[in-house]
Design a protein around this ligand. Sequence first.
Ligand SMILES: [Zn+2]
Length: 447
Amino acid sequence: MRSWIKTPLAILAEDAGGGLVVEKGRIAEILKPGQVPSKPVDEVFDASRHVVLPGLINTHQHFFQNLTRAHPLGINKQLAPWLGALYPVWQNLEPEMLRLAARVAIAELMMSGATTAVDHQYMFPPGMQHAVDIEFEEAEKLGIRLVVARGATVMGQAQGRAAPARMVEAEDDVLADFERILARYHHRGEGAMRQVALAPTALLAVSDRLMMESAILADRHDCRLHTHLAESADEVDWCHANRGYGTVDWLEEVGWLSNRTWVAHGIHFSDAECRKLGRHGVGICHCPTSNAILASGLCKTRELEAAGAVVGLGSDGGASAGAANIMEEIRHAVMVNRLHYGDAAGTTHLDALRWATEGSAACLGRSDIGLIALGKQADLSLYKLDELRFSGVQDPIAGLVLSGGHRADRVMVGGAWRVVDGVPPGLDIERLMAEHSALARSLSRQA
Ligand SMILES: [Zn+2]
């Protein structure tokens, strides 16, 4: 099957005005303006009304949190009190709730143009031991590439931390589950649809031993390491007070300071810490919406990139960010970075698009996605500029970002159309919303 995505209105690729040919799930030809495919094609998709982007990649999210969007206990709070308020709700999470939360999150992300998702799943109360399996099942149904970053909390209220006892797992149980899911789900190499990352949740929820053992396992199984880092000033202050050094030195102490690691948020770093992260090629997932809503601060994207660190984009969970919409993250990244640096030219729409594509792919250690180029996976996101908000747009790609494009018309993953006319084919969205909302109410009632 050869498909020609023909003569796009605009495309985020060099000299590709004739479009591209997709064959066997990859980009087989890139056509200059006026050029036609070298061999006959089976299908022609007229993209003359579409902006074509590389499939967008969301590198940090918590699917389950969409059951508690705009929860009265959580709104208008900063990170620590927000977590403290929502843990008692989240600790009652059940498998069917997570299944519907994952289905909603994945559909929502894909409808915004994401082709790869990362779910940092750290909620494993009793009965939730198959959370990772549930997420991979839901991802397969909808056809997104999924990395499950398997979180873990091993320090809770008994150790003076915030997490309730129901959320706390034994270190050895976590390590055994890491091995189980790596063996079962972690695919390596080009075109992988399922991957596992080892992701002890955050400094205040984990032990050094769990971190060190995770790093050893990640080396052995060739997978990535992920955690939250320096999201709040409280965490950084705690680290200095209790450990005598900062969060980046802690990463080094536990063997995580390498290009196998990407961290979420990365806000409260000194310039010296940015340089250290850059020297070691650590990836940073910038989460502009969540950071703004929780008033957590601003990621030092410029200092980090200048130092050699990789910057990707993430939506974070629905309890903080609300929507899981990767296009909104791109727009918000432009806005918060321009405000932060007081420089309108310093963060362009192309910079933010690069973070959500090449940058996010690099965070995940992948070179087969995130770029429209010969031989790359045919992961594509296509947008029509047919809403009132785009009327009068002159530069289609800038207009897509700056006018707030947030709905893909078509999404292709590995050569297969997974969103058609704005929705995943066959998905009953009204019914999904009704079922998901009922389970969300049920979760809240249990708190
Ligand atoms: Zn997070």
